[in-house]
Design a protein around this ligand. Structure first.
Ligand code: BGP
Length: 473
């Protein structure tokens, strides 16, 4: 019993949150480069506001944790922990700086090839997110982001280059990170900036449909290029519970869950479910179907379901604004039975087991947890140690829940990559002090520090977890 042989233990990152070096290697500018630190960040991320003058802002991702220059050292540390898999994403603008050039930028391709070679040196499998919240600014200015169908061609061209070039290095691919985030953080997830008085749901559904078609096209291509390729969708998961047993609350929870599931229903089952069609219609929106879209979606479903899980959520039919919280940009009613992180994200290990069961019941495909973890402020002691017992506790409880889902409920789980295995820039807040890693990076919210790497207490703990395939927690 326990986790299967070859279980993929590891950690996860995203290009814009770790790499830095945004003006190096011929890289172009992307939406995520214009996500400032501070109060404007959220409004920009939601597409309600944008920046015309960059002078008054500080952009944390421009340096991030400088993985661009430290990747050898960082991968060596991950190898020391015994990683079997390392999730990274490709910065689109390293490969196509504008997004629609004739040919790719060799320097960008070479960078990721070197990263993959470094992984393989230690027998670490790369898990590659083709698109983790980045969109070339050039395409945003030209097309308005994913609201334009021509984005599909640009993305497929990028993916084809990657699938061919890295055929012998990568077999696990995710098409889009947290695709349901289009409804919550649309500038980040789809390069979407709203126009005055437009039907926002229509704009978001248009982007979603284009990403779903692009995802199906790339799934098809990936299987053709290498039948060994395994392609996953990726959901920002976390089940909604009803606030009470009042039927209206239960119904609200069903509706809130469906708002996320509709994306994965398309990617995994191959069609828009009836409830999604009705919801879109109710919002006076339409899906911009064209050509052979319906067949394409039906014939090219994903091989596995990947997801992030940080917290469960709570729905109420009569929400009281004084009892609201937010976790990973999803609004929720506060759950009085749960404790919260320093950022108010509620901690619910059993919720992971519940979410896994819901997803497995629904799709009957292998699951892959590609993000989970605790964002916390760490303190470096005088002797250079970091005693992050709170992080060990969080991860231990979540791994136990995950083990229950596997052992007691029969869920098929491929692997587990903790989020931000090395400290990185927070997507939601742009802060550096919201740390997730086993590896500490010496830099602060304003980019000051030596960028030196230090092992936290959790480093040795996770190493033991991996070595015993989850037996010693
Ligand atoms: C997910 C994103 C990640 C990551 C994580 C943690 O939504 O896929 O990119 O950032 O959330 O969120 P935060 O960085 O806001 O703590």
């Amino acid at each position: 019993m326990g986790f299967k042989e070859g279980f993929l233990w590891g950690g996860a990152t995203a290009a814009n949150q770790v790499e830095g070096g945004i003006f190096e290697g011929g890289r172009g500018l992307a939406n995520v480069d214009l996500m400032p630190y501070g109060q404007d960040r959220y409004a920009i991320g939601t597409g309600e506001k944008w920046i015309n003058h960059i002078d008054n802002h500080y952009f944390p991702s421009h340096q991030a944790v400088d993985f661009y220059h430290h990747y050898k050292e960082d991968i060596a540390l991950m190898a020391e922990m015994g990683f079997k898999v390392f999730r990274i994403s490709i910065a689109w603008t390293r490969i196509f700086p504008h997004g629609d050039e004739e040919s790719p930028n060799e320097e960008g391709l070479k960078f990721y090839e070197d990263v993959f070679k470094e992984c393989h040196k230690y027998h670490i499998e790369p898990l590659v997110t083709i698109n983790h919240f980045d969109c070339p600014m050039y395409l945003i200015n030209k097309y308005g982001g994913w609201r334009d169908r021509r984005m599909i061609d640009c993305y497929v061209k990028l993916a084809k280059v990657l699938l061919i070039r890295y055929k012998h290095f990568v077999k696990y691919w995710l098409t889009f990170n947290e695709i349901n985030m289009i409804l919550h953080f649309p500038f980040v997830a789809a390069g979407l900036r709203f126009k005055d008085d437009e039907n926002k749901i229509q704009a978001m559904i248009t982007c979603a449909h284009h990403e779903l078609v692009a995802s199906a096209l790339v799934t098809k291509l990936a299987h053709e290029i290498n039948p060994q390729n395994q392609i996953g969708c990726m959901l920002a998961a976390g089940s909604y519970y009803p606030a009470t047993c009042k039927p209206e609350d239960y119904w609200k929870a069903i509706c809130d869950n469906r708002e996320s599931y509709m994306f994965i229903d398309v990617q995994s089952r191959g069609y828009y479910p009836p409830y999604a069609l009705k919801w879109i219609e109710k919002n006076q929106a339409t899906i911009p179907f064209m050509n052979d879209d319906k067949n394409l979606l039906m014939e090219n479903t994903v091989d596995f379901i990947s997801f992030s899980y940080y917290s469960s959520r709570v729905s109420s039919s009569t929400p009281d604004s004084s009892c609201q919280t937010e976790s990973n940009i999803f609004a929720s009613v506060i759950n009085p039975y749960l404790k919260s992180s320093e950022w108010g994200w509620q901690i619910d290990p059993l919720g992971l087991r519940i979410t896994m069961n819901e997803l497995y019941d629904r799709y009957q495909k292998p699951l892959f947890i590609v993000e989970n973890g605790l964002g916390a402020k760490d303190i470096v002691e005088e002797d250079g140690t970091i005693q992050d017992d709170y992080r060990i506790h969080y991860l231990r409880e979540h791994i136990k829940a995950m083990k229950d889902a596997v052992d007691k409920d029969g869920v098929d789980l491929m692997g587990y990559t903790t989020w931000g295995c090395i400290d990185l820039i927070s997507n939601g807040t742009g802060e550096m002090e919201k740390r997730y890693g086993f590896i500490y990076v010496d830099r602060d919210n304003r980019g000051k520090g030596t960028f030196k790497r230090l092992k936290k207490k959790s480093f040795e703990w996770y190493k033991k977890v991996i070595a015993t395939n989850g037996e010693l927690l």
